[in-house]
Design a protein around this ligand. Structure first.
Ligand code: PBG
Length: 324
């Protein structure tokens, strides 16, 4: 044993203070973006069954929720709307008094410093549940772009600080940028769902948003989980079209993609820790099979280590609490 040569990695692990000194990745409250589902109607605060701890909230109940979010030190929210009525063209998405527009006004008035991100898509608003205009069983690309630009402009008008288009039509960043600029919103950034896979991890969200496609699936517009080069092409065209942030979604099964996007593009990268990733932890934790806090902190830290600058997560309130 005497002449044995090897590296002593354990030297830097011997105490919590030593480990803290050499820790490479840090999760901060400022990294968190909290998703909220706002619904039309009164006095509603209903738990989403497949997402314990996540609620459908009507505007009259939003104040209490926002007070909590802000007092925890969360700096940003992303709003998803669940409208009372749906139609073929998703008109409530771009209605001046649509649920996201109204919720944005409500929050902006009370918390002017909070960053409000508006999700820009049609699937919660269309009767068929697809993210674009449907004709003869096909989701039309270019015809949908006008509606997306219209939605984004109405959200900016209501006070949204960032527009986050999640629909995966080609050219959506260019169309929305053009629409926003024409309406005078040059300063409103676009957080593009640039790399969005067609994923089974969205299942609980579709329960929450009532946005399950009524026929077929989203594979003609969302990406094949098997593909890597395709993700880089998507990110590249969104950058060229003027995206200010790039989202990679889902997060956990796509950490390799997140790292590549971070290394190749000079824009903030956002991990979307999606609904299925949330529900699986919740279910296991409720059964006592995992330690929820430790699992969640490990997962979110791994997203940051993979290159995420920001994380959209349903765990945001819990994490903010744990970080306090
Ligand atoms: C809408 C949209 C979806 C999610 C965010 N925006 C669902 C989908 O594409 O079906 C999923 C979010 C989650 O699972 O948490 N286009």
């Amino acid at each position: 044993m005497k002449d044995l040569q090897f590296n002593r990695h354990r030297r830097l692990r011997q105490s919590e203070t030593m480990r803290a000194l050499v820790r490479e990745t840090h999760l901060r409250k400022e990294d968190l973006i909290y998703p909220l589902f706002v619904v039309e109607g009164e006095n509603i605060k209903n738990v989403v069954p497949s997402m314990p701890g996540v609620y459908h909230i009507s505007l009259d109940n939003l104040q209490a929720e926002m007070d909590e979010v802000v007092s925890l030190g969360i700096k940003s929210i992303i709003l998803f709307g669940v409208p009372a009525e749906k139609d073929e063209l998703g008109k409530q998405a771009y209605h001046d008094h649509g649920i996201v527009q109204e919720a944005t006004r409500f929050v902006k008035e009370r918390y002017p410093d909070l960053v409000i991100i508006a999700d820009t898509c049609l699937c919660q608003y269309t009767s068929h549940g697809h993210c674009g205009i449907v004709k003869d069983g096909k989701v039309l690309n270019d015809e949908t772009l006008d509606l997306l630009a219209k939605t984004a402009v109405s959200q900016a008008e209501a006070g949204a600080d960032i527009i986050a288009p999640s629909n995966m039509m080609d050219g959506f960043v260019a169309a929305i940028r053009h629409g926003l600029d024409e309406a005078g919103y040059h300063d409103v950034p676009i957080m593009s769902y640039a790399v969005k896979y067609s994923s089974s991890f969205y299942g609980p969200f579709r329960d929450a948003a009532h946005s399950t496609p009524q026929f077929g699936d989203r594979r003609t517009y969302q990406m094949d989980p098997a593909n890597r080069m395709e993700a880089l092409r998507e990110a590249q065209s969104d950058m060229e079209e003027g995206a200010d942030f790039l989202i990679v979604k889902p997060a956990l099964s796509y950490l390799d993609i997140m790292r590549e996007v971070k290394d190749r593009f000079n824009a903030p990268v956002v991990a979307y820790n999606v609904s299925g990733e949330y529900s699986m932890v919740k279910a296991a934790a409720q059964n006592g099979w995992v330690n929820e806090q430790e699992i969640v902190m490990e997962k979110l830290t791994s997203m940051k280590r993979a290159g995420a600058d920001l994380i959209i997560t349903y765990f945001a309130k819990d994490v903010a609490n744990w970080l306090s």
